[in-house]
Ligand binder design. Structure first.
Ligand SMILES: CC(C)(COP(=O)(O)OP(=O)(O)OC[C@H]1O[C@@H](n2cnc3c(N)ncnc32)[C@H](O)[C@@H]1OP(=O)(O)O)[C@@H](O)C(=O)NCCC(=O)NCCS
Length: 352
């Protein structure tokens, strides 16, 4: 038996925000963002539109692409680090929006590795014999943690009046993180197939809690009283913090190793891969992983320039685009890899 991706879909909020627009609301520049991260623009949702909605749109598109109806789905895995609510998770919100049967839904919180973990979980659910068709979703609305006020009106094109110097100074404090993220959703339908070469061949997942502080958010916690304090909001602690350099170094070491591991598990060489789909966090990381693996750039497509880092959505978004543009055609051997907050990382080997 193999777990086969039979459909995929994506959803992008319509507002496209360029680096130049961001440089109107904080001290940053197109040049800095482009050179350090490769990002040129990102999509932002408007207030009121959450990751459950975007994920549902992508999920509906994936179900249609698989030639199925919502009632055919018998389990949901929803990966996000920016859910609509702390509770309940996005799974039940999607179940209601799409009009699924009262099927079980799992909410995953593996951040940038969410889709990879979701693929492994989907495979296990199918192999357990309990389920036939999984809807796997990765969706984010990172715009919810951007601490801007008047800045939002400017980037969404609702006002030409730039923020005050005071607000610009405030927005600048978190510029090392806010310029990197965007909003999006991607989804796939994974089904059980008894015969054929296509399907998920192998996964390797890892966790190292020793790296938990490298990428985290301090400004809300059920271990403190109250859950979030005015001081934390005033100090900008509701925005994730990141040791960028440490994450960078770890990413360019551990992702190539995970890809080598899944290839070795299957008795394959890295050179046998047709495509490596890498979590889209930073173009320099993507190029670093490519170099470590010794692969030509044609085998390592990227779309971070258009979307920024969309966390759990990057891999299904890139996979969908590669299917659309023919790169991920029948028979192609694909490795997926990701690393993110946790630290969680890993790789998956998939035959189209
Ligand atoms: C975040 C990252 C792009 C920063 O790049 P970097 O080259 O390490 O840059 P630094 O953090 O050292 O900052 C260099 C300078 O740029 C400044 N800077 C930071 N953000 C800026 C911005 N948006 N615009 C302009 N200047 C900025 C810093 O203040 C610093 O200035 P200083 O030298 O005067 O102190 C990079 O470390 C990275 O991508 N790391 C991995 C991030 C990641 O993948 N995260 C998600 C994992 S899933």
């Amino acid at each position: 038996m193999k777990s086969v991706i039979t459909g995929s879909g994506i959803a992008l909020p319509p507002h496209v925000v360029t680096n130049d627009q961001l440089s109107r609301i904080m001290d940053t520049s197109d040049e800095w963002i482009r050179t350090r991260s490769g990002i040129e623009q990102r999509h932002f949702a408007v207030a009121g539109q959450g990751s459950a909605e975007l994920g549902s749109m992508a999920g509906e598109a994936a179900i249609r692409d698989a030639g199925l109806k919502p009632e055919d789905i018998d389990v949901v895995v929803f990966a996000t680090m920016t859910p609509d609510h702390v509770l309940p998770g996005n799974g039940p919100l999607l179940q209601k929006r799409i009009g699924l049967r009262q099927v079980p839904t799992f909410d995953l919180r593996q951040q940038c590795s969410g889709f990879l973990y979701g693929l492994d979980l989907a495979d296990s659910l199918l192999r357990s014999g309990k389920f036939e068709r999984v809807l796997l979703v990765g969706a984010e609305t990172h715009s919810g943690f951007m601490p801007w006020d008047q800045g939002w009106k400017v980037v969404l094109g609702l006002s030409d009046e730039e923020p005050s110097d005071e607000e610009k100074a405030w927005n600048t404090l978190s510029r090392d993180r806010t310029v990197l993220f965007g909003d999006a959703a991607g989804a796939v339908v994974v089904e059980k197939r008894e015969n054929g070469a296509a399907g998920l061949l192998r996964t390797r997942l890892y966790t190292d809690g020793g790296g938990a502080e490298a990428l985290t958010m301090h400004g809300s916690s059920f271990k403190q009283r109250p859950f979030v304090t005015k001081e934390q909001i005033a100090a900008g602690e509701t925005i994730p913090v990141m040791n960028g350099r440490e994450v960078f170094k770890t990413a360019v070491t551990l992702m190539p190793q995970a890809v080598r591991d899944v290839c070795a598990d299957e008795g394959l060489a890295v050179a046998d891969l047709d495509l490596v789909l890498i979590h889209q966090a930073n173009l320099r990381i993507i190029e670093g992983v490519q170099k470590q693996l010794g692969l030509p750039s044609e085998k390592v497509p990227h779309n971070i320039e258009r979307y920024g880092n969309t966390t759990a959505a990057t891999l299904p978004l890139l996979f969908h685009e590669c299917k659309q543009n023919g790169l991920a055609g029948p028979g192609k051997l694909i490795a997926f890899t990701a690393l993110g907050s946790g630290l969680h990382w890993g790789a998956a080997l998939y035959r189209m």
